[in-house]
Design a protein around this ligand. Structure first.
Ligand code: AMP
Ligand code: MG
Length: 323
């Protein structure tokens, strides 16, 4: 099978579908981050995702579907989840729902759980799934624990040599992973903050979205403390820059001694939180240079997508563990 990087245009949908049918991995652009896709019903294909990512086998994968109807083939969709899907799909919102019996989803995908994470992504990926007419498991297209890729170059540098087909769709429009929720009775639990803010979900659901404590939650087994980590150390909420540091800035007001910074990238000079999300992973990668020992990060407000940005930053700064 030839290794290729192709533009993510409709002429290449057929090629991506052929590769998926053959059980090959395909890197696909989404609005969140680039995904490493495989046929979710094919155990050999799914096993390759874990191998390429060096991902722990207890960390389940999100399965992508083209729409709500397709989701209903694999999971039981309750009325509130349906309402939220109808409103937010295609988009960066993932649902944890009971897996149907004989769903055909390979158990490696769920790591043996009786629930499945499902999402319908925006853009060409949905068209590929519809043409493939089968669910596609796709975690972020990076080695496990590292910074997620938001453009095709970042994918190529990280795992590119191990994937036969990469579709290049340019920079991701949201730039941060999907929000993961679980609906239970008439409550919505937030398992991972992401591209749809808690307030947006609350508005449609009509009641509060509760944050699940990740440390007690077997609900989200893959939420490792250290994740999204560059090689450089990361220091958060800085008010002053030290020798040897690079600065990941936010807004118009600089930390003290910012002139000492070896390099500065600003997530959003005007303090726009959505713009900051689109730049977060790209800028963390760009500042992760050999001459930079630590990345100092200015405070990012927690509102809206700021919850997801801060979640990723805390993990990027956490003590490193191989996982
Ligand atoms: P990603 O690494 O972006 O593909 O996201 C996958 C994450 O989704 C995992 O790390 C889990 O936290 C979560 N997840 C996937 N499947 C399940 C599931 N069945 N139950 C709970 N959380 C899940
Ligand atoms: Mg990931």
């Amino acid at each position: 099978m030839k290794r290729m990087i192709l533009p993510a245009v409709k002429e290449n949908i057929g090629c991506a579908v052929d590769y998926l049918k053959q059980g090959a991995l395909v890197v696909l652009p989404t609005e969140t981050v680039y995904g490493l896709g495989a046929d979710a019903t094919n155990g050999v294909a799914v096993a390759q995702i874990f191998a390429v990512k060096e991902r722990p086998q207890f960390n389940p994968l999100i399965v992508h579907v083209s729409d709500v109807n397709m989701a209903m083939r694999y999971v039981e969709v309750d009325p509130l989840s349906y309402k939220l899907m109808d409103h937010f799909w295609p988009g960066p919102l993932t649902f944890i729902l009971p897996l149907r019996r004989k769903s055909g989803i390979h158990p490696l995908v769920t790591t043996g759980l009786t629930t499945l994470a499902v999402r319908s992504p925006q853009g060409i990926f949905s068209k590929i799934i519809a043409a493939f007419d089968a669910p596609v498991a796709a975690p972020s297209a990076n080695r496990s624990g590292r910074v997620s890729p938001t453009n095709a170059v970042a994918v190529t540098e990280d795992i590119g040599s191990q994937v036969p087909l990469i579709l290049d769709g340019g920079p991701c429009s949201v730039g941060i992973e999907s929000t993961i929720i679980k609906v239970g009775g008439d409550a919505v639990l937030l398992l991972r903050p992401g591209g749809i803010s808690r307030a947006e979900i609350e508005k449609v659901a009509g009641f509060p979205v509760l944050r699940l404590d990740q440390h007690t939650a077997i609900e989200a087994p893959g939420m490792l403390d250290s994740h999204y980590a560059p090689d450089a150390a990361v220091r958060l909420d800085v008010v002053e820059i030290y020798e040897g540091e690079a600065l990941l800035a936010f807004g118009s007001k600089r930390a003290k001694k910012s002139e000492k910074a070896i390099a500065i990238l600003n997530l959003s000079p005007f303090g726009d939180i959505k713009e900051a999300a689109t730049h977060l992973f790209d800028y963390l990668r760009r500042l992760d240079r050999r001459d930079i020992s630590r990345i100092a990060v200015e405070p990012v407000p927690p509102e809206g997508l700021g919850e997801a940005i801060n979640d990723r930053l805390v993990r990027a700064a956490a003590p490193r563990e191989k996982g």
